[in-house]
Design a protein around this ligand. Structure first.
Ligand code: CUA
Length: 347
């Protein structure tokens, strides 16, 4: 690629394709701009006042010229559209085996949560040459995660999960920006993504102070909130079992079904009356306002760990016990001390 300072490094698998498309669009626009400017200049000079040019028979129409002109433009427009769409589809389609990392945007910081337990603020460690999926949400206003070196940007929206995929293809440190005006310190909402060799990444993970995986924190919370009294593994009298739920099709009361993904789980916990599973009464209370977005991610990770289409075998299917842990590891991690807002108290 051209080595100019205003080109960010190409550090992801799609970066080169995006740049090529951009250059092609700039090239096309330049060619047409030049043609138009040249014609304006040419006719301006040829027919300027006082010039004895022939003005007697202005051309009225030329079907052949107009048809070929339209056909040519159509091919160009549809061609660039198709090209851009292919790149878009490639960058927004989940790779088979991706590493899931959760992202929470907040005024004015980026919080990253790894499934293995570690969480970080304004810094994101990822392994090189491995597809990564970011599952993102916001706890206040709309933000937008932008990693120029990966040619990636997507909105981070309160009340829903959005996904972003990338595969970094060279190690190094790259900028993270927020590109949605989100308040006074929007311009300070920056971070760094650190792309590491897989071995270094593993070392980094195991060197973290948090040893318990996210799903473990979720399991503790699940017990603590009393979810297990209805949703315990094996129990399906009052509430549907959550074992092997993730990634499957959940049948709904009144017909139809829904894919049990992160968004569905989140919705069912915050707005349990919205989609009732077939055969059950709408008796679940809402947890809106009772748990934070971080805790929601823990619950999502726990339910994922119970198995299902996209997940590994259950690791916590024996959580029928009644022991209540007062604090889950990820809740007491130190980076939160940097936050000004306190987390809501446990119910
Ligand atoms: Cu967050 Cu701008």
């Amino acid at each position: 690629m051209v080595d100019l300072p205003f080109f960010a490094p190409q550090a992801s698998t799609i970066a080169g394709q995006v740049d090529l498309l951009l250059l092609a669009l700039i090239g096309l626009s330049s060619v047409f701009t030049l043609i138009v400017v040249a014609l304006i200049a040419y006719f301006g000079i040829k027919y300027r006042r006082g010039r004895a040019a022939d003005r007697s028979q202005p051309p009225i129409g030329n079907v052949k010229l107009e048809l070929s002109w339209m056909a040519g433009l159509l091919v160009l427009a549809v061609g660039t559209f198709t090209w851009a769409s292919l790149i878009y589809l490639r960058s927004f389609n989940p790779p088979d085996k991706s590493l899931d990392i959760y992202v929470i945007g907040k005024q004015w910081m980026w919080k990253f949560q790894h499934q293995e337990g570690p969480r970080e603020i304004d810094t994101l460690h990822v392994p090189v040459n491995r597809p990564v999926r970011l599952i993102m949400t916001s706890q206040d206003v709309i933000h937008s995660l932008y990693i120029p070196a990966f040619r990636l940007k997507y909105d981070v929206i309160p009340g829903r999960y959005t996904n972003l995929y990338f595969e970094a293809n060279q190690t190094g440190e790259y900028h993270i920006f927020c590109t949605e005006y989100c308040g006074t310190n929007h311009s300070q909402m920056r971070g760094t993504v650190i792309v590491m060799e897989p071995r270094d990444y593993q070392n980094w993970l195991s060197g973290s102070t948090v040893s318990a995986p996210l799903s473990q924190a979720g399991q503790d919370l699940f017990t603590q909130l009393g979810c297990s009294s209805c949703h315990a593994a094996g129990a399906s009298v009052r509430a549907p079992s959550l074992v092997a739920l993730f990634g499957s099709q959940a049948p709904l009361e009144g017909g139809g079904s829904v894919t049990a993904d992160e968004s569905y789980i989140r919705e069912s916990i915050f707005f349990p009356q919205k989609k009732i599973v077939a055969g059950y009464d709408p008796i679940m209370p809402t947890y809106e306002g009772r748990i934070t977005e971080e805790q929601m991610l823990q619950l999502v990770a726990y339910i994922k760990s119970l198995g299902g289409g996209a997940s590994q075998a259950a690791e916590g299917s024996s959580q029928t016990g009644t022991q209540v842990s007062t604090e889950s590891p990820a809740l007491t991690e130190t980076p939160d001390a940097a936050e000004s807002a306190g987390t809501p108290t446990q119910p």
